[in-house]
Design a protein around this ligand. Structure first.
Ligand code: SAH
Length: 248
């Protein structure tokens, strides 16, 4: 899959693409990330990419033409017509379902806004989907693009060293969509607090049961909406329901 990121700050992506568990996915081009800077397509000595808003008011607006030329350049390099995604507070909030859609696709063009945003005429003409990171305002779309790329890359086969790892992560509908259980590592006692004894017991059935109950209890406390979804999907057993009854 190939993601073309349109950004005025391509340098922000270098450390991101070369660090951590997802590095292999980017370096092997399993998740191919190409960066395009609209400034390279801007006219004039000053290579202007932004201008003052018509109608007045604070801030600057990204001009349509350098964005359109960035997009033409990307289209000339891609065989298939990739969806054009704009990061924006207007958009659908990024969640596991959307990440899964991207991770089973062939990629996209990711537009990172800056300043007050993009000239609306470019959005109307070229943007297929808008994606938000949540109800807050970032200075640019780059962090949102990295969040999407990171979440997509870790779902690709072979990226996590243990393939079971993302299966057990939070929000996985193929499992039950619940939150993950707490994790502990050495030492057995830290700051006077011991690890839950069951984890040291070597009794796998009990450990699995404990983890399941932790996931149920945590989800009930923090995200009861996910529990309702799991119930509707038939992912809760009678035993799970009895345990949850005992919690409330
Ligand atoms: N004037 C806009 C904010 C512009 S912030 C407004 O009030 O809605 C500049 C850029 O940051 C945006 O164009 C967008 O690409 C990005 N951005 C800001 N908040 C975001 C969010 N919650 N999710 C995704 N991208 C965001």
């Amino acid at each position: 899959m190939r993601f073309d990121v349109v950004t005025l700050f391509p340098e922000l992506f270098a450390p991101f693409l070369t660090s951590g568990i997802t590095r292999r996915a980017y370096e092997s081009k399993q998740v191919d990330v190409q960066l395009t800077n609209p400034r390279d397509f801007a006219a004039g000595t000053y290579r202007r990419v932004d201008d003052r808003p018509f109608g007045g008011g604070p801030g600057m607006v990204m001009m349509a033409q350098p964005l359109a030329q960035s997009l033409s350049h990307i289209r000339s390099q891609r065989a298939e017509k990739a969806p054009v995604v704009l990061f924006s507070p207007i958009g659908r909030v990024l969640d596991h379902g959307l990440v899964q859609e991207f991770s089973s696709g062939t990629g996209a063009v990711l537009l990172c806004g800056r300043y007050e945003g993009l000239d609306q005429r470019f959005i109307d003409a070229h943007v297929d989907m808008q994606v938000s990171l949540g109800d807050f305002v970032l200075s640019g779309g780059e962090i949102a693009a990295m969040a999407l790329l990171d979440a997509v890359a870790r779902l690709q086969p072979g990226v996590l060293s243990d393939p079971e790892s993302h299966h057990q992560d939070s929000f996985n509908p193929a499992l039950d969509g619940l939150l993950d259980c707490p994790h502990y590592t050495r030492p057995e006692s830290w700051d006077g607090v011991p690890v839950p004894a069951v984890l040291l017991s070597g009794h796998h059935v009990n450990i699995e049961r404990w983890r399941r109950e932790q996931r149920l209890a945590l989800t009930l406390r923090h995200r009861p909406d996910l529990l309702a979804l799991a119930r509707a999907a038939g992912a809760l057993s009678k035993r799970d329901e009895r345990f949850l009854d005992g919690c409330s």
